[in-house]
Write a new protein. Sequence first.
Length: 277
Amino acid sequence: MKRIFIAVAGLMPLLGRAEVVISEVLYNEPGADVSGEWIELYNNGGESVALNGWRIGDEETRAGTSLTEAMMFFPEGASIAPGEVQIVAANAIRFFNLYGLKATYEGVGGALGDDEAVPNLATDGEWDPDGGIINMSNSNDHVLLVSAEGVVVDRVNWGNNGGLSPGLADMEADGQSWQRMDPRVDTNGAADWALAPLEQHSTPGQVPGPRIFQAEVVVEAAGPTLRWSPHPGALSYRVQMSVDLVEWSDEALQLGNTEWVLPTDLPTRVFFRVWAD
């Protein structure tokens, strides 16, 4: 008789290399005011990271001359602590008016002026000699996070024009963000990302989940069944399987209920995890 070992990795998502990651991005601002755009960062490591000399922006080409793209330095002395969330807002006053939150940094200028309490980013004149502004396009654009050594630490793109291939799709509504589903995981793939639920639109300053939770295997008449409790706000569920906790494959998508009958042709050793979408 074939013995099958099944583990449910409900609360143990695969951890990526500890680093500062882009955890959320909103490029389709509410209304038509581009100063409502913002980028969220998260330090998923165990140590503070000094951001002196680091850059962030949507100008992917060194010495690029697009006035609607920019690459900007973080303020002198900036750092991000372990587990900390930071917001780079195009305009801190606009960001506060929309969300009631204080941004960590802001771009320069804007019709509303600068918030003197929020440090400004500074243009990297070598990378971005024309001194453009961060004005993310609603299609075919990027965000790059670059270290002081010039290494791209993280990037996200919408449209097939950058590190993720395929890139992220267009947003469904104004003010809706793309979120990293598990901020501790960075596989440099589009599967790391999901649109924020429409009822939330975006969650600046709140790193999601991960939206992965405990499940159990129970014996039913139909066979061994993976079962879990309902997750508040979930529209559907997704079951993934792995034999090594490294590579995960989607086995069931858009499940409307909270159980899934296991297939009969499982490998000898297998792991499952359940996501709320």
